[in-house]
Design a protein around this ligand. Structure first.
Ligand code: ARG
Ligand code: ZN
Length: 876
């Protein structure tokens, strides 16, 4: 079944109030649902049946206004309940009882058990696995929830909103009532019950509401919640000043569970998290983990306004809450950390995940127009490109008008289920600007290509800038319209300062931004005394691929002197990628890699430049990943050649600067107490990057082994282990360190995931044997999404040479495991399967075996809708 955006129509029935009673039991949970139903004004009275969504449900009883519904007056299946004989009155009460087995729910949608804890995941369509309902986001209801459970095994019982009555029941059971005064869609419903430890804190909002904050974790893990709690309080305060948004309930609870399909979920007042994004301390979490926790805690909290108070009319509008909330969490992290470093990390992620999606068979608009399975649209395009589109709105309107637009959006749509049109209209009305051409960013898939060429005439003191845009065809969209692309830029003078101009024509240029609105523009900047270098798409103001026809010398100059830090990184990165691509082509052609001295020297200078913050230097010196190089090559990919080119460049940089890098490693080694702050993390990052370069140019594993042994925190320990595995495969030191890590963390699955991950990422065809063996490791479990992502996800997405083995064995292993996962957890199987989305850009031999693997999957029996959708679109 295909769902289409244009088919939306409001429901004939509303559910103003929902009362749920849960009699919890692992095998036999009873859910008693009492709904206040109301016929919508305009719906034809008595004529329209009430059709409720279900998914695999077992109905025990159904009553209307207290009377059982006769067999003839209803049609029941596990996936639907239709009631044809309804009361004449506009309102009535529908009561249903359903029976569930949470312990046997392996899809991790609806109500399930994770490590002995009952928990729920209802977005997007999981509520219908709990009870029959109008399970669509435009049905807003006020929920009252009563939970009953065994007191001893399940002392804690949580739901949305504020806590109400609690008490004892016969047979050692007890109950708790929760009431959420804010009408919400069913996907935001949540319940958690079990034996959990907690930490509490408190925050007074700016209008004086005192909010009790709770984080619930497995017993013994309380000490790992401090960073998450701190991040939560900083998020709450930040949203008050940055967006004027205040919290609205008396409690805010976060629960960490160990089996979770994604990162976290913003259920009203009761966020549920993958424990990976809550638990952290210096011994078990890396700096990257700390940064992710901060970002995801913020993300889910920010959803309270962008997602919960204002929700989505239908799932086509998903970016309305996700793109916007990602934008908000990006801004939060930028304010808490280094803005330039954060921006570069965002761009790397966007190019690494969203660009391949947008440029391959799974491409779709930020607001899709059709889907078969909505769970397959929680994508980098909806989230990350969606965030970039919001960022562009701010670039187009300016900071003040953007904030006024946001204020207007909140004012107009609070308590509603809104659309992307509503959102953009708020900005148009607040600013008086026409955003109709801009709206194409929501409607057209594909990464726009922008080409630019600058010509300077000293005689005329004029710079002519020719810019063209084109959007490539994507599945189902062959002809594209011309977009409104805001390109931030600077004209960099010989002294590195930005130059001004007297007059410009050919396009609107405002506040350092060129607004492309036509297929091609010819801009003339007049009154420019010296030849400037062009720094274009500063801060990555638009998510486009950019090719500027320019001299290598100009790029080298910008990498050293652009006043915009992002611009410097971009120039350096382009130089590195170009070199690596040429190197890979040479190697595939049987020649030597290219290792330009000027670029090697430049890298040394940037790493050693004390005027730049360490985190920035570390990012700049992290060579583009093999997948990045592959993406930029675009076609005829040979991962072995790419790996060889990359390894040789790393070795050249490492040996050219070995002495300086050793000194820097010393200088960046702190001895004081650990702190997860961005500054300290940056020093660790730089230290570990130079360690990797040093290892790349030496056969001696001893230094890395020493760093592993002496590491005082997980960041350094994991980095040293990765260096050993990647640069000194097979060395005795490497084997010993791997064994030590396994021994030390055997009882800590989250930490052991790093051990799986590092081994799965080890380059080379032999890694497949390692990965096959690790599937049988006692700590691995195919039922746990974190384990799967650490081992299989890392292998398929971060190991180009292992996964894309020329003999196709990598794909065969992958296909088998995906099919196995699909029988339990279709959502995770489908997500993993997207690793094959770029198969068409491989060289012919690999392309053929990849296709075979996809065909084998698609013809397997009993494929889930989720997996079938991904595989069929990938093949199409
Ligand atoms: N709304 C959640 C978040 O972004 C993610 C939910 C993902 N749901 C899904 N079915 N994939 O914070
Ligand atoms: Zn979200």
């Amino acid at each position: 079944q295909v769902f289409k955006l244009e088919d939306y129509s409001p429901s004939d029935y509303l559910i103003p109030a929902t009362h749920l009673t849960f009699r919890l039991d692992p095998e036999q949970t009873l859910v008693i649902t009492e709904l206040a139903i109301e016929r919508r004004d305009g719906a034809r009275r008595g004529k329209t049946p009430l059709v409720l969504d279900g998914d695999g449900l077992d109905l025990v009883s159904v009553e209307i206004d207290g009377k059982p519904v006769a067999e003839d007056d209803r049609t029941v299946s596990p996936d639907r309940l239709s009631l044809h004989a309804l009361p004449a009155a506009r309102t009535f009460t529908l009561t249903m009882t359903t029976r569930l087995a949470p312990a046997r729910n392996e899809a991790l949608m609806g109500l399930y058990r994770s490590n002995g804890v009952y928990c729920t995941q209802c977005e997007a369509e999981g509520f219908r696995r709990i009870t029959y309902f109008l399970d669509r986001p435009d049905i807003l209801s006020v929920y009252t929830v009563r939970i009953e459970a065994d007191r001893r095994s399940t002392p804690l019982m949580l739901s949305n909103g504020n806590p109400g009555e609690t008490g004892a029941l016969p047979d050692g059971r007890h109950f708790a009532v929760w009431h959420d005064p804010f009408p919400k869609p069913s996907y935001l419903f949540a319940l958690v019950a079990g034996d959990l430890a907690f930490v509490k804190d408190q925050l007074v909002t700016r209008s004086g509401r005192s909010v009790e904050l709770g984080i619930y974790v497995e017993h013994g893990k309380q000490d790992r919640t401090a960073y998450a709690m701190d991040a939560l309080k900083r998020s709450m305060i930040w949203d008050e000043t940055a967006f004027g948004r205040e919290y609205d309930l008396d409690v805010f609870n976060i629960v960490a569970v160990s089996d979770f399909n994604m990162g976290a979920m913003e259920n009203k007042g009761l966020n549920i998290f993958n424990d990976k994004y809550v638990l952290a301390d210096e011994d078990t979490a890396t700096d990257a983990d700390f940064a992710n926790i901060e970002a995801i805690i913020a993300h889910e909290y920010f959803h309270n306004w962008t997602g919960n108070r204002i929700t989505c009319r239908d799932w086509f509008q998903l970016c309305l809450k996700e793109g916007l909330t990602v934008y908000r969490d990006h801004e939060f992290s930028a304010d808490q950390r280094s803005r330039a470093v954060k921006r570069i990390a965002e761009v790397r992620l966007l190019k690494g995940h969203q660009f391949p999606e947008d440029q391959g068979p799974l491409a779709h608009p930020v607001r899709p127009r059709r889907y078969r399975e909505i769970n397959n649209f929680y994508t980098a395009t909806v989230y990350e490109k969606g965030s970039e589109v919001v960022r562009m709105i701010r670039t187009v309107l300016g900071a003040d008008a953007f904030r006024q637009g946001m204020d207007l959006y909140f004012e107009r749509h609070d308590g509603e289920a809104a659309t992307v049109e509503d959102f953009v209209k708020a900005f148009e009305d607040a600013s008086g600007q026409d955003l109709s051409q801009f709206f194409l960013w929501y409607q057209q898939a594909g990464t726009p290509n922008v080409t630019a060429k600058a010509t300077y005439s000293a005689a005329d003191k004029e710079l002519v800038l020719e810019i063209e845009q084109s959007v490539p065809p994507t599945p189902g969209e062959s002809r594209k319209r011309v977009m409104h692309i805001p390109l931030a830029f600077g004209l960099v003078g010989p002294d590195g300062e930005d130059m001004g101009w007297d007059h410009v024509e050919g396009a609107t240029v405002r506040n350092g931004v060129i607004h492309l609105r036509k297929r091609s523009h010819r801009l003339r900047f007049q009154g420019i005394g010296k030849r400037p270098r062009l720094s274009l798409n500063r801060g990555f103001s638009a998510p486009v691929t950019l090719s500027v026809e320019e001299k290598r010398a100009d790029r080298l100059f910008l990498a050293r002197h652009d006043g915009d830090l992002y611009g410097r990184w971009q120039a350096l990165n382009t130089l590195l990628i170009d070199t690596l691509i040429r190197g890979a082509r040479h190697i595939r052609g049987g020649r030597d890699a290219v290792l330009p001295d000027d670029l090697v020297a430049l890298c040394g200078d940037i790493v050693g430049d004390d005027a730049l913050e360490p985190a920035y230097r570390a990012l700049a010196l992290t060579l583009p990943a093999e997948a990045d190089i592959a993406r930029e090559m675009g076609s005829n990919i040979d991962p072995d050649a790419i790996l060889a080119a990359r390894t040789r460049l790393a070795r050249a940089i490492g040996s050219a600067h070995a002495a300086a890098f050793k000194a820097l490693h010393e200088a960046m080694s702190d001895t004081g107490p650990f702190s997860p702050d961005a500054e300290s993390a940056g020093r660790r990052a730089l230290k570990n990057v130079v360690l990797d370069y040093l290892a790349a140019q030496s056969d001696d594993a001893a230094p890395a082994a020493r760093h592993y042994a002496e590491a005082g925190n997980m960041t350094d320990r994991a980095a040293a282990l990765a260096v050993l595995v990647n640069r000194h495969a097979g060395a005795a030191e490497t084997t010993e360190a791997l064994a030590d890590f396994e021994r030390t963390y055997r009882d800590d699955p989250l930490v052991l995931d790093k051990w799986f991950q590092i081994q799965a990422a080890a380059p080379g065809p032999e890694t497949l044997d390692t990965v096959r063996a690790l599937v049988d490791h006692p700590a691995f479990s195919i039922a746990n999404p974190n384990r799967l992502r650490a081992l299989v996800g890392t292998f398929s997405s971060a190991n180009q040479t292992g996964f894309h083995r020329a003999d196709g064995e990598g794909y065969r292993f992958f296909g088998d495991i995906i099919l196995k996962v699909d029988r339990k957890n279709p959502q995770v199987a489908a997500r993993l399967a997207t690793a094959l989305r770029s198969w068409r850009s491989l060289e012919p031999e690999r392309r053929a075996v990849a296709r075979e693997a996809l065909l084998r999957m698609v013809s397997a029996e009993g494929l889930s809708v989720d997996l079938r959708d991904i595989v069929e679109r990938t093949l199409a």
